[in-house]
Design a binder for this molecule. Sequence first.
Ligand code: NAG
Ligand code: NAG
Ligand code: NAG
Ligand code: NAG
Length: 308
Amino acid sequence: MGLRLSGKGQQSHRMVIFLAIFILMMLFFLYGFNTGNDVLSTPFHVAPNHILKNTDLKKWAGKDGYVPFNGKKSMTLHCHNCALVTSSSHVLGSRAGEEIDRTECVIRMNDAPTLGYEADVGNRTSLRVVAHSSVFRVVRRPNEFLYLTDSNPVIIFWGPANKIGKDAKGTLYRLIQRVSMTYSNLSYFSIAPSKMRRFDGLFQGETGRDRQKSHSWLSTGWFTMVIAIEICDNIKVYGMVPPNHCGKKPISKKIPYHYYKPRGTDECQTYLQNESGRKGNHHRFITEKQVFARWAKLYNITFIHPKW
Ligand SMILES: *[C@@H]1O[C@H](CO)[C@@H](O)[C@H](O)[C@H]1NC(C)=O
Ligand SMILES: *[C@@H]1O[C@H](CO)[C@@H](O)[C@H](O)[C@H]1NC(C)=O
Ligand SMILES: *[C@@H]1O[C@H](CO)[C@@H](O)[C@H](O)[C@H]1NC(C)=O
Ligand SMILES: *[C@@H]1O[C@H](CO)[C@@H](O)[C@H](O)[C@H]1NC(C)=O
């Protein structure tokens, strides 16, 4: 009897060990499986329990937000319909050029060219939003970027006040001012320092995260979208992927981040690495798109190529 009991005891003992090993292996498997993805799938997080602070972007519009580089002009651009053409390679092959050109106002970013890409991106520009870091690339090719045939084209520069601000009178400020006198059928503005701070506040209101403390840099796409909402009653966005695009499986095929840099880095790689970046400052391209998806419902925004 004693033997049988101990036999049983041994059996359950073995069972326990077997089970423990099994659980450990499962945990290891799951954990190992997860870490493979972790870098990519646990990116920048919107703060937990964050309550959206709704900002009415239509009320943001205002002359005081934009400082003219010359004279006392004010930024009064208003359009019923806008085409916002992104710089993403998703525009390639869209053959949307003619449709874009038929739109009342065409909005572009940084040094995204039209020359050579007309069939997909069109050839008109009504508004260009340019980051301080892209100023040189834009002024280097004035015929492409500053000699426009649209009737009252506008160019808006965004950046820290110490770079493009009027009071700082830094090199960038003076350069833009000089260029604005030479190529004078465009109107040149910078985003006022007070409005730059509001852009940070907007990011915090939408994500619950302090932009600086969370090591985030706003993208030109963020500025451009907000400005487009201010000035357009309806917006069609060409070439912007939905927020979940890059996490999807099977992994989407590699395409260059910018349509005009065919050898540039992959778009999803750029988005995912920026999204999960901790040290240094990073763009939160995916988080920004989550916000855009919310705004789309409030402000007549539709996404084309890809459609969503
Ligand atoms: C570009 O501009 C020219 C002349 O202004 C026009 O004829 C042409 O259809 C435009 N659009 C595209 C997509 O090339
Ligand atoms: C822009 O300026 C150039 C030269 O200064 C001029 O030929 C052209 O017609 C102007 N375009 C518009 C739309 O005013
Ligand atoms: C959406 O579009 C309609 C029709 O163009 C316009 O009347 C309305 O004001 C727009 N809504 C917003 C929030 O811009
Ligand atoms: C973040 O995005 C920028 C483009 O705006 C790119 O130059 C940079 O390499 C990206 N960073 C990482 C870590 O991928």
